[in-house]
Write a protein that binds this ligand. Structure first.
Ligand code: PAF
Length: 296
């Protein structure tokens, strides 16, 4: 029989913070048994307007309790990446969750997520080694492993992710399908600043000058998308020229792919993706483009 919930488990109308995965699973099971849907928004914290949009999307489903996980996942950072400097702002994140009417925050310690001696991981397949994966070996195995764990701990009816991390979203869709997770994965369009910069927790690491330089990424994507009617080569050349005109952008990749990140079609729907370093900060962005559809 499901144990009744106490005020320490779940307080309707307020946010409850859980650290213990076993207890969190007990709480969500009791909520599901009481007829509630669970919507999960996985995050690494440092919540911004983009996360608020994910949370608002999570509220759209009827009768839902929204669970936000906040966990800076060590398994998805390489040895020379920014794991130690990644912003950790739990207190203000919980305030954001309260403002957005989140029911449960799951903020576990690393040792409760990765048990001693654990070796099993999720293998992303070949796409995990391309684009982001080419520069960040092992990154997507780390992402998919923690997301699979979150799916099992939180047992959501649906899970919401941003399109800014488009390759991550694509791989999570595939994992949910290939491994039969009984939930819907929902993608939400990227939130941008007034000048086009895609919102990211890493933006807070940029100096004022770097912040200005970083707008080159979205400007290049917009310039490329604008000439999409002229075909792939023109899109890539235009976007590359836009980036090259801005000093301080160290380009990693600029690629056109199909919406499922297979090879780009000659005509039709495609995705233009970019990654670049601005100062010490690595940034990514992407947009949808319609190739060969007209003659701008
Ligand atoms: O997009 C993120 O913030 C992370 O990669 C995720 C999905 C929370 C997994 O750690």
């Amino acid at each position: 029989m499901t144990k009744p919930l106490t005020k320490d488990d779940y307080r309707p109308g307020d946010v409850t913070v859980h650290r213990d995965p076993v207890r969190l699973t007990r709480v969500v099971r009791a909520l599901r048994a009481a007829g509630r849907n669970i919507a999960l928004v996985p995050t690494m914290g440092a919540l911004h307007e983009g996360h608020r949009k994910l949370i608002r999307e999570a509220h759209v489903m009827q009768n839902t309790v929204v669970v936000v996980s906040i966990f800076v996942n060590p398994a998805q950072f390489g040895p020379n990446e920014d794991f130690t400097t990644y912003p950790r702002t739990l207190e203000s994140d919980v305030d954001v969750c309260r403002e957005e009417r989140v029911g449960l925050v799951f903020a576990p310690a690393a040792e409760d997520v990765y048990l001693p001696g654990a070796t099993a991981t999720v293998h992303p397949g070949p796409l995990g080694d391309e684009l982001e994966g080419a520069s960040r070996p092992g990154h997507f195995a780390g992402v998919l492993t923690v997301v699979a764990k979150l799916f099992n701990i939180v047992q959501p009816t649906y899970a919401v992710f941003g399109e800014k991390d488009y390759q991550q979203l694509t791989l999570i869709h595939r994992m949910a399908r290939d491994l039969n997770f009984p939930l819907d994965v929902v993608g939400v369009p990227t939130v941008r600043e007034h000048d086009g910069l895609a919102l990211s927790s890493r933006n807070r690491n940029l100096s004022e000058d770097e912040r200005q330089t970083a707008t080159a990424l979205s400007a290049a994507l917009v310039a490329g998308a604008h000439v999409s009617g002229l075909g792939a080569e023109t899109v890539l050349r235009t976007a590359r020229d836009t980036l090259a005109a801005v000093p301080g952008v160290d380009l990693d990749y600029l690629e056109l792919r199909a919406p499922d990140l297979g090879p780009a079609p000659e005509n039709g729907d495609a995705r233009l993706l970019v990654a670049a370093r601005v100062g010490a900060t690595r940034l990514i962005d992407n947009v949808a483009v319609l190739l060969g559809a007209g003659d701008e």
